[in-house]
Design a binder for this molecule. Structure first.
Ligand SMILES: Cc1cc2nc3c(=O)[nH]c(=O)nc-3n(C[C@H](O)[C@H](O)[C@H](O)COP(=O)(O)O)c2cc1C
Length: 371
């Protein structure tokens, strides 16, 4: 991979964060993205009934309108999670709404699901699938993250519309109930509301005219700010409704001591290095709460092979990055994949799946281990 990021990074960091993101998307669309392929059978993993070439994915929010799935897969990711998509196009919150804490390699965002809406998103994914079918787009798995419009009569109807339209094209679907930037959204994680939501969406998914082998699994993306009791309730509901897994976690509304003082009062979700330890602890707790029976996608502050390895050992079957990619650039992908290969070998393992949950003692009482 030719790595131009060290040259580009000072320019991208000098401009306003959203402009930098638009510039990055422009470069990706123009075919200038670096390419990398990591072939290692020890990293290939079977999760949600699909074979992933490697366990490293792009987290939701980077490719909100499903415009750069193929270039991101060509960059070496085993999977891309596109979205969050909402039924109707919307502007999101007023700018400024994205803030960097460069020293702490962290970000606060309160974008509020800006996007071009479901119709455009469906067309983009269809184009990608056609190209993939013709062998013209990269291999790799596609997750789709679904949400709701700010102005909505029914959250359930919004999710249901997105699910019905996108299930035939997705390898997995994520119900996002954890963004802090859409009023009321995170309340859907409360026990009664989540129970009803999961029952309803599983019924919709099972009613769709899709052959069972092609039907995507439904995952739930959770906030890192759930209390211990709330996590226990979410885990029980996930198991009871037989959903496919959990994405742990979204951004946090917490404001750690270390955060740059001028960002302390900015509303929004914090991501990046300042989220890492907590996201990892919460993931480990969910692994324990689900008894290691539910595949977990670990996300939050991962920016090195060691971070990814630690997340896998805490119970993640797959991991994702977003903020780390902004600060480290595309070279992060080969760095993490090569580092994972080296760690699997050094641990004397034949395959990375042996490392999943290796640091969690499922027999130990939860209270001692909970975050
Ligand atoms: C600018 C930005 C936009 C995001 N948008 C979404 C989104 O639309 N949907 C979602 O589920 N998560 C979104 N996220 C959260 C990420 O997917 C991820 O869960 C979180 O940032 C923690 O991972 P990281 O520390 O590697 O960034 C966004 C994060 C950032 C920084």
């Amino acid at each position: 991979m030719i790595n131009l990021y060290p040259v580009l990074k000072p320019f991208l960091m000098a401009v306003e964060p959203e402009a930098a993101h638009r510039a990055a998307l422009g470069l990706l669309k123009s075919g200038l993205a670096p390419r990398y392929r990591h072939d290692d059978a020890a990293l290939r993993c079977e999760v949600f009934g699909h074979v992933f070439a490697n366990p490293l994915g792009l987290a939701a929010g980077f490719d909100k309108d499903a415009e750069v799935i193929a270039p991101m897969l060509r960059m070496g990711f085993g999977f891309v999670e596109a979205g969050t998509v909402t039924p109707l196009a919307q502007e999101g919150n007023p700018a400024p709404r994205l803030f960097r804490d460069v020293k702490n390699k962290s970000i606060i965002n309160r974008l509020g699901f800006p996007g071009r809406g479901l119709e455009y998103f469906v067309a983009q994914v269809s184009d990608f699938r056609v190209a993939q079918g013709a062998g013209a787009a990269a291999d790799g798995m596609l997750g789709i993250n679904i949400g709701i419009n700010k102005e909505t009569a029914s959250a359930f109807e919004d999710y249901s519309r997105c699910l019905s339209a996108l299930a035939p094209m997705a390898d997995y679907i994520v119900v996002n109930v954890s963004s802090p930037n859409t009023p009321g959204l995170r309340d859907l994680q409360s026990e009664n509301m989540l129970d009803a939501l999961l029952a309803g969406l599983m019924a919709v998914l099972n009613s769709l005219d899709i052959p069972p082998v092609a039907r995507p699994v439904l995952l739930l993306k959770v906030a890192p700010d759930l209390t211990s009791d709330q996590r226990a309730a979410v885990a029980q509901l996930a198991l009871r409704h037989h959903i496919g897994g959990l994405v742990v976690s979204n951004t946090t509304v917490a404001r750690p001591e270390m955060l740059a003082p001028h960002l302390r009062e900015e509303a929004g979700g914090l991501s990046g290095a300042l989220l890492k330890d907590h996201a990892c602890a919460v993931l480990g707790d969910f692994y324990r709460l689900t008894d290691g029976r539910l595949p977990l996608i670990g996300v939050g502050g991962i920016s090195s092979a060691e971070d990814a390895w630690q997340r896998i050992r805490a119970g993640a079957s797959l991991v994702q990055v977003y903020t780390g990619l902004i600060y480290e650039g595309p070279a992060l992908v080969p760095d993490i994949l090569r580092g994972l290969t080296a760690r699997v070998r050094a641990a004397g393992m034949a395959h990375i799946s042996e490392a999943v949950g290796a640091d969690i003692d499922l027999a130990a009482p939860r209270a001692e281990a909970a975050a």
